[in-house]
Ligand binder design. Sequence first.
Ligand code: URA
Length: 203
Amino acid sequence: MNNKKSDEFNFYEAALVKRTELFKDCSNIVVGDGDLDADILFVGEAPGRNEDLTGVPFCGAAGKNLDKLLNSVGLKRKEIYIANILKCRPPENRDPLPEEIIVHTPWLLKQIREMRPKVVCSLGNYATKFFMALGKIEDMKKMPGITSLHGKVRDINMDGVRFRLIPLFHPAAIIYNRTKLTPLWEEDMEIVKKECLSSFERS
Ligand code: URA
């Protein structure tokens, strides 16, 4: 699959991404997966190798772990939507650079405006800091890390969309620290489920 020349990506936010080195070097743009009408949006960091080859987010080892974790709390991938901070894979899966986050996240914000999720689960440090900093990339460094923020619910208003932010550990981190982090993730997901139920009641 190669979606880089797709006619679908002819809007301003996609044009920003297409000007980046990451776009030139990637095989596919990884836009998102799941149900765009869902109330919950999960946001990861960036595509890895498998995601780059298929164009589907979280389809490699971290994704298999995410599916397992979702199943353990009675959720399926098709009941959520999932996207990333970066739309293209960074070389060797290195950390996203601030200048890359600046040009890739307008597309994520467009998705959020269109989807209007009630709950956003940020997976790991980069996604969490992006939302905590309300999209101000220069403020991301000042934000606390996922270890202190996971499971703590916050009201966020970004681009006129109000949602509850729930930071979660990244599924890849859980692979390396399964015994300690899996129970914490499951506890945090109970909070996610409760937030979704109460937002159904509000709407
Ligand atoms: N890790 C992420 O943060 N996103 C993906 O799509 C895959 C792995």
